[in-house]
Design a protein around this ligand. Sequence first.
Ligand code: GLV
Ligand code: GLV
Length: 321
Amino acid sequence: MQSRIVVTRRIPDSAVELLRSAGDVHVCERDRALDPAELHEVVRGAHGVVTMLGDRVDDELVTAAGPQLQVVANVAVGYDNVDVPAVTGRGVTVTNTPGVLTDATADLGFGLLLMATRRLGEGERLIRSGQPWFFHLGFMLGTGLQGKTLGIIGLGGIGQAMARRARAFGMNIAYAGRRRAAPEVESELDARYLSQDELLREADALSLHCPLTEQTRHLIDESALAKMKPSAVLINTSRGPVVDEKALAEALREGRIAAAGLDVFEREPAVEPALLELDNAVLIPHLGSATVETRSAMAELAARNVAAVLAGTGPITPVGA
Ligand code: GLV
Ligand code: GLV
């Protein structure tokens, strides 16, 4: 009997092809997340499931699928939608897609930093509004990046890629996080390891690259924002709930920090209404990994993980193992 593989949303054809070589593939031909009842219905009888952001993968999903379930491949590097101990505790392998989205996400992060510091969204809105404007020396001034300090929370793959871009723009690198980076990473980036409080105080721009966990939920809250410079810019391409969005909107409105560039939101796809009113908030709809090349690579890596587990050769990029 062929293995049954369920894909919870549309994925690139190249990945579907890879999955077809590993089993009988059922793709939910839609772009929105299934609600939990629909999700539990479609995974029934699956040996492998390909999931995405917004799909809750937990004990109930494993029960709904049945005892033949072997692997859940999440098409994302983040896996806060997966209760990893519960799922792996039932003998099911969980995989993610690290590495393949590192550059795309860092590009987007750096784009947000430029947008926020050079007021690019605001400038675009001005032109489109049809308001008259003219070049003068005080017109729509932003701030430069050269010689400024980029503070990174979470110097993993994406944080390092962000730091490399910042170095090319003449920025200095400091970082904080649960783990200290390897000495060769610190020396390549000339990166200083600081406590989180020191980093908040020193950073001219603060970029978040940590996973969402119980420890990082609302890591950037009112008290963290209060430690930042009034001239500082916050960039978030990690997960929305790492930032208290209401507190951020207040800080931006009152000029307690200068600007923010957000690719992710606390109650995605909803956005805190107060942010919509603010010219110093750059708001992008979770596009960090959204390039043709990267999305194909992510889906293909998930497919290869499913195929490897079903073939008994073991996962390529497991989590919680
Ligand atoms: C996307 O947000 C991811 O975690 O890959
Ligand atoms: C600006 O447009 C300049 O030419 O300096």
